[in-house]
Ligand binder design. Structure first.
Ligand code: MN
Length: 211
């Protein structure tokens, strides 16, 4: 859907992730931070060549832009997409990766706990604001970290899961203790069903491209 973009609904109640992430953090993060990215993006693209593009197209067409306004458009569009993806990467429900994702995890990392350790390390080592990601390139999984609004999606990389490591994601609950936030989120509320579904989408895309 092109602009005006709307703030997508959360996939769970605002208090559903507590105590890992409090309702207070979700309220500020979603209604203030995420909403502001949506509103700012809508203002920036109005009347521009980006007004008729889908969100993903805007992100890919402004990634690495030199132009100051296009940089702002990238930052806000990517943050809208990243936050939608982050909410769906989290769940209070018990989820299972399933055989296909499990074997991809084993092939790339040896075990689920090693993958979690790598995601924790990426999130901890990201200097300043950013994101930790589980991504798939042709079914081969890896962990990446990005700064600020940067997103692997901008380069056409298939994202499976993300964790927001901007201070606003954890400061109310964990203050400066980013590793404690990462340990809790990665250990308790990752949505493995969502990751498995994203891995399957890549299969479909590869098959469609080959046909
Ligand atoms: Mn955020």
């Amino acid at each position: 859907m092109p602009a005006p973009f709307k703030l997508a609904a959360l996939p769970w109640d605002e208090d559903a992730l507590a105590p890992t992430i409090s309702a207070n953090t979700i309220a500020f993060h979603y209604h203030k931070h995420h909403q502001t990215y949506v509103d700012t993006l809508n203002k920036l693209v109005e009347g521009s060549k980006f007004a008729d593009m889908k969100l993903e197209e805007i992100v890919r067409n402004t990634a690495g832009a030199e132009d100051a306004k296009e940089k702002k458009i990238f930052n806000n569009a990517a943050q809208v997409w990243n936050h939608d993806f982050y909410w769906r990467s989290l769940t209070p429900a018990k989820t299972e990766a399933g055989a296909k994702l499990d074997s991809a995890i084993t092939a790339a990392f040896g075990s689920r706990s090693e993958l979690i350790a790598r995601l924790a390390e990426a999130g901890k080592e990201q200097f300043g604001s950013g994101w930790a990601w589980l991504v798939s390139k042709g079914g081969k999984l890896s962990v990446e970290k990005t700064s600020n609004a940067e997103t692997p999606m901008a380069k056409g990389v298939n994202c499976l899961l993300t964790v927001d490591v901007w201070e606003h994601a954890y400061y109310l609950d964990y203050q400066n203790a980013r590793p404690k936030y990462l340990e809790a989120v990665l250990g308790k509320i990752l949505n493995w069903d969502f990751a498995a579904e994203n891995l399957t989408k890549e299969d479909h895309a590869v098959r469609a491209a080959a046909e």
